[in-house]
Write a protein that binds this ligand. Structure first.
Ligand SMILES: Cc1cc2nc3c(=O)[nH]c(=O)nc-3n(C[C@H](O)[C@H](O)[C@H](O)COP(=O)(O)OP(=O)(O)OC[C@H]3O[C@@H](n4cnc5c(N)ncnc54)[C@H](O)[C@@H]3O)c2cc1C
Length: 165
């Protein structure tokens, strides 16, 4: 007869991370129950993108609130990258929100200024030249982009096994 302090149901991103926290940081005996395979739900079907602030909302308070939360997530990903034995391939390669027209480009430039004014020190507006330096293979017709160098991606199938083994 085996006994557990807690049972976590579901081996997706959330269940695996909760299991890791409870076992490794709180020293509890945890069973992780998964009806299929680890990451067989949404966690194995996503693009693995780590985007801290998407959308083009102009409400600076709401933006900062979301950003504070997502920055905490990135800090956790970095921490997990250091402590977990299995590499889940977290790479901070940056993300681009590309403008498709001059009008959109002007809007993005204004939005970046607004974000920076609100305290988002990482966001950058890239003009046409800077955009093609960052992403040389991008179609030359895009006039500019919003850029965050600390965004990136993980290997989604890697996360759940990394946290739960
Ligand atoms: C197409 C797509 C693209 C996405 N792209 C991104 C992205 O790029 N970046 C991003 O951050 N997010 C993205 N997401 C969102 C992200 O994938 C989800 O928010 C995340 O995977 C949710 O994780 P979860 O652990 O809550 O759920 P899930 O991964 O769905 O895990 C739930 C698990 O519970 C199991 N389960 C359910 N019921 C039971 C039961 N009764 N007994 C045992 N096991 C059970 C399921 O089998 C499943 O494995 C995307 C989602 C989709 C669908």
């Amino acid at each position: 007869m085996r006994s557990w302090d807690l049972i976590v149901v579901g081996g997706g991103l959330a269940g695996a991370a909760v299991t890791f926290e409870l076992c490794c940081r709180h020293g509890l005996k945890v069973a992780l129950l998964e009806r299929g395979n680890l990451a067989s739900g949404a966690s194995g079907r996503n693009g693995g993108q780590v985007i801290q602030l998407d959308g083009r909302d102009r409400d600076s308070q709401a933006m900062l609130k979301r950003l504070r939360y997502s920055k905490r997530t990135v800090a956790l990903l970095k921490e997990y990258r250091d402590v977990l034995e299995t590499d889940f391939e977290f790479r901070q390669v940056g993300s681009l929100d590309v403008a498709a027209s001059e009008k959109e480009c002007a809007e993005l430039q204004e939005l970046c200024a607004l974000q920076r004014e609100a305290g988002d020190t990482e966001v950058e507006f890239l003009d046409h030249r800077q955009l093609h330096e960052v992403s040389p293979y991008l179609d030359d017709s895009f006039p500019g982009a919003r850029y965050r160098s600390t965004d990136g991606n993980i290997y989604p199938f890697g996360w759940s096994p990394a946290c739960s083994t």
